[in-house]
Design a protein around this ligand. Structure first.
Ligand code: KIV
Ligand code: NA
Length: 275
């Protein structure tokens, strides 16, 4: 069944957990979609896990559109969420609406996600007015890494936790249909989840969020640059891929691959004429 913003709304009303994973390409999107996920995020984590940057700040609109196109071709039933990259919405309401529109028109995402609280609510409102649903993103928002002085858990002291709750309520009021809570104490996330009528999607935000999201390379054990505490590795694909690559190198070197079954035949008569 096709997941939409209505699916997300109803899941919260029925206390049914929402599931999301990231994806950046056609074949992975197809696999995740086939497994029956609610939503696929084309995250700007693309910059780190696919493009090898140390943060998400260098990701461009062109990068996001390119990968969103691939994912949307691979996914049939999941809601496709595209991240708005750094500086594609912070600069003005106009930029925010134009760039959100590009992710929908060119990328074929169904909704967009952007980071921030009260300071981005005018952008959320205007994008929503253009009939583009918006997912918010609060807490350890990676585009603010330089302001935070690193990838650090947010909302731990009273002032920060209060600000987070206010921001969540503001994001909801501005028309967002859901909000990601990243890298905040579980109890604070539980409180935000209770106060909001829109679903919260957690990552490093405990079990009481209305849904969960992980970066797929993290949960498959394919990304070893660093692994945050909140990641559960459901597989060790990195090790298995490495073993397969080594096996291939050995087999080619030893003449084991390709064997006859992997080759194409030519008629003897044709072959005879070639000599
Ligand atoms: O870019 C991303 O992958 C994200 C998720 C971690 C929420 O924003
Ligand atoms: Na992101």
């Amino acid at each position: 069944m096709k997941n939409t913003v209505i699916t997300f709304k109803e899941a919260k009303e029925r206390s049914k957990k929402l599931t999301m994973l990231t994806s950046y390409d056609y074949s992975t999107a197809k696999l995740i979609d086939n497994a029956g996920i609610n939503g696929i995020l084309v995250g700007d984590s693309l910059g780190m896990v696919c493009l090898g940057y140390e943060d998400t700040l260098s990701v461009t609109m062109e990068d996001m559109i390119h990968h969103t196109k691939a994912v949307s071709r691979g996914a049939k039933n999941s809601l496709i969420v595209a991240d708005m990259p750094f500086m594609s919405y912070q600069t003005s309401v106009y930029d925010a609406v134009v760039n959100a529109g590009r992710l929908i028109k060119e990328g074929r995402a169904q909704v967009v996600k952007l980071e921030g609280g009260a300071e981005v609510c005018d952008k959320i409102e205007s994008i929503v007015k253009a009939s583009i649903p918006v997912m918010g993103h609060l807490g350890l928002t990676p585009q603010s890494v330089n302001e935070f002085g690193g990838f650090k858990v947010q909302g731990r002291d009273e002032e920060a936790a209060k600000k987070l709750i206010e921001d969540a309520l503001a994001v909801e009021k501005s028309g967002a249909f859901a909000v990601v809570l990243e890298g905040i104490p579980s109890k604070v996330a539980a409180l935000v989840t209770e106060k909001l009528s829109i679903p919260t999607i957690g990552i490093g935000a405990g079990a009481d969020c209305d849904g969960q999201i992980l970066v797929y390379q993290d949960m498959l054990g394919m990304f070893s640059d660093f692994t945050p505490k909140f990641v559960k590795k459901y597989e060790n694909l990195g090790e298995r891929m490495n073993a397969a690559f080594k096996n291939y190198i050995d087999e080619v070197g030893n003449g084991i691959f390709p064997s006859e079954e992997h080759g194409f035949r030519v008629e003897e008569a044709v072959l005879a004429k070639l000599y």
